[in-house]
Design a protein around this ligand. Structure first.
Ligand SMILES: [Zn+2]
Length: 282
């Protein structure tokens, strides 16, 4: 039974599992369609999230409050068009329309901005040296050259570069939102482990004591915070908070960018990797 529930949870909004097969949940499927229609009408992601919360639509069984990321995830999920094994919930046409709009909105927000602060971090994927931006007259485009190892990129329009960076960071923010625990490998203290066990016992008691649960969860949070202070995770938590506070449908702010990104590593084919300020690579 428990296994069944967990399986259901991992399905995208709109789908459930019945007898081992993925099926549409009609009420949720209607909500998905509604969200797409609202977005096309020009309603913002944040407004859509508010509307869903107000209407009392449950995102998950125990999640009545919608946030922008939940809506964004639904708007970006191509499985709704009927990618196997998922039955179709949306017309391909409706999905494509929204996809186009999403791309346009993202790049529009940044094209008009001065992105000197982004350019300043563009570095060579081969040797890490800061790249020089050149306007290549032959190809009528912007190329990037490495003064150290002579790597030269294909022409990369500024819009495209910004869009690559934005979508990579947006994906990271999305992934972070799903991991509630600190990154794997961070050592947990014995104290914290005991508190967690105590919390579990209290939670599954025949008559759970809410006060006690709250007190325990506060202790666990405090312990986890302490732990994070003593390691590099602290930086990760900072990155995490910055990324989560940034709304992927809003322009990327210099402040967020500077706090999160140390280098943009660019390859000759204009592939990018992002080195975060804690040296982690996206
Ligand atoms: Zn180089």
């Amino acid at each position: 039974m428990k296994q069944q529930t967990e399986k259901n949870r991992k399905q995208p909004f709109g789908y459930g599992v019945q007898e081992g097969l993925i099926c549409c949940l009609p009420a949720e499927a209607e909500t998905v369609q509604e969200i797409y229609r609202l977005y096309i009408k020009g309603i913002s992601i944040v407004q859509i999230a508010k509307a869903m919360t107000v209407r009392g639509v449950l995102y998950r069984q125990d999640v009545p409050d919608w946030n922008k990321n939940m809506v964004a995830r639904i708007l970006d999920d191509s499985r709704y068009t009927g990618q196997p094994p998922y039955p179709a919930i949306l017309e391909q046409n409706l999905f494509d329309q929204v996809y186009g709009l999403r791309q346009k909105n993202r790049s529009l927000q940044l094209t008009n901005q001065n992105i000197r602060w982004i350019r300043a971090k563009v570095s060579c994927a081969q040797c890490g040296t800061r790249l020089i931006r050149k306007t290549d007259k032959r190809h009528r485009g912007t190329i990037w050259c490495c003064p150290q190892c002579a790597m030269t990129t294909r022409p990369v329009p500024d819009d495209e570069l910004v869009q690559l960076i934005t979508s990579k960071l947006a994906a990271a923010a999305d992934a972070l939102e799903h991991s509630r625990l600190p990154e794997p490998g961070s050592p947990i203290t014995l104290q914290e482990l005991c508190l967690r066990r105590e919390f579990d016992r209290a939670l599954y008691a025949p008559q759970p004591d809410v006060e006690q649960l709250l007190a325990l969860s506060q202790k666990i949070t405090a312990e986890a915070y302490q732990r994070s202070q003593c390691s590099s995770i602290w930086l990760t938590a900072q990155i995490r908070n910055r990324l989560l506070a940034w709304q992927p449908d809003m322009p990327l702010k210099q402040e967020v960018f500077e706090a999160v990104v140390s280098k943009i590593l660019l390859t000759a084919e204009a592939g990018i990797q992002i080195q975060l300020t804690n040296q982690q690579i996206l």
